[in-house]
Design a protein around this ligand. Structure first.
Ligand SMILES: [Zn+2]
Length: 204
């Protein structure tokens, strides 16, 4: 159920589509806003994200492997190699998920419950297997990143400049990513997508 709010910074009308949304960027003034039950708070300004060719955009509708979605937001991270984008999707059944777009490579991921301890970040070696619950995780990448900015609404708090560490790999034929910040570890699991797995409807 969409919520109508007013930007506390500029007074612009804002709509929040997903009940999972906790963070929003005003499309009028660029203010970053925390969404709470009691209302919204300004956290700072988000720089406009430099555009690059992508099929995704805020408000776009499409299908991923036949499942309908709408793009509600975008989050961009910077790391040593450049940047990647995370597109926040709301599916037709209201479930939410993310498509990671990294130099054209797409991965569909969903937040999952981490039900077991993982080895400390420092002990994780890229190119090796590590125990991951009852499975073995093959670690393909790890590193530091920071939030470059966001657009639209998303389901995690991402003020510009927020520092994170990430770990990527494969476990039990699934793509896996851990995102570590001051508040803890969040697990995302999913699957790589081929270009043709995603279709975007023409904008109305
Ligand atoms: Zn505003």
């Amino acid at each position: 159920m969409a919520r109508q709010l007013t930007c506390p910074s500029c007074g612009g009308p804002l709509t929040i589509e997903s009940s999972f949304t906790t963070f929003l960027v005003c499309s009028y003034c660029g203010a970053s806003l925390y969404v709470r039950d009691s209302g919204i708070d300004v956290t700072g300004k988000t720089a406009q994200l430099a555009e690059y060719p992508s099929r995704f955009s805020i408000g776009a509708r499409g299908q991923v492997r036949g499942r309908g979605f709408r793009v509600l937001g975008r989050l961009r991270y910077l790391n040593a190699d450049g940047f990647w984008d995370e597109w926040f999707l709301q599916f037709s059944d209201q479930q939410v998920g993310w498509i990671t777009e990294d130099e054209g490579d797409l991965t569909l991921v969903f937040k999952s419950k981490l039900t077991f301890p993982v080895p400390p970040y420092e002990q994780l070696r890229v190119g090796s297997f590590v125990p991951f619950g009852k499975d073995q995780l093959f670690l393909s990448e790890k590193g530091d990143a920071q939030v470059a900015g966001a657009e639209g609404e998303i389901s995690l708090n991402a003020p510009p400049g927020k520092a994170i560490r990430y770990v990527e790999g494969n476990v039990a034929n699934k793509a896996m990513r851990l995102m570590l910040d001051d508040h803890g570890i969040v697990l995302y699991t999913g699957e790589p997508l081929e270009f043709n797995d995603v279709t975007i409807a023409p904008m109305e």
